[in-house]
Design a protein around this ligand. Sequence first.
Ligand code: SAH
Length: 240
Amino acid sequence: MNPPDHLGARQLEIDALMRELWELGIHDERVRTAMATVPRDRFVPEELSALAWTNEAVPIGLNQTISQPYVVALMTEALALTGTERVLEIGTGSGYQTAILAALAAGVTSVERHPQLAFAAKRRLGDLGYRNVNVHVGDGSNGYPPDAPYDRIIVTAAAPRLPEPLQAQLSAENGRMVIPIGEPQDQRLVMIERRGDRLIEHPLGRVRFVPLIGRAGWRTSRPDAEPGPRGPGQNDAPSG
Ligand code: SAH
């Protein structure tokens, strides 16, 4: 296939995905522009690039996944980014969600516990020209105190409960956090607004993310006893 045809085919895939996201309720224009322009094909493993512009979660190695575009868009919409916010992301993974946030906010601090994933994401984001991102290796269930407080916090791994350090590092003035909370195989995605000491919770639906492993998350990498790899199609819940 020659390059122009190939680009034409890619654009058709992008258009189809954007229509699907519209039908699923993703209508925010800024979020839609970011979803249509951040090159997801650069974040999925090359051998799975055929899945880059489908609404599927894709394995990225080390038992982790790059989230489903619908879930990325849903979480990003719930953050209501206007361009001025300082964002903390927990679970850099491939760096795809990081790039979407970087396109829509003032700056992103992202924490990933797997050094290999963090370094790969950092290089990829640098190559793509994102300058307002800092990726750190560590246990993000503790947040990242040096840059706190954050206007927005997004957690892209599932926590058993709201991690206290994240709550403490969320701005008391209209801070917003999006996080999946629940059991290893099934979580509630919630948006939490902080007004002073008050937390207001808004449900966003059921999802299935890989576990947040850490001091204020799950203590083990196998919180569930269920064997076998995770993957798209195993469960009807949208996958993170
Ligand atoms: N948002 C990512 C996908 C995240 S998958 C993307 O767009 O590609 C969840 C990620 O959370 C994995 O990379 C996993 O290693 C990471 N993770 C799990 N527990 C963590 C913790 N305590 N601190 C930081 N990262 C964690």
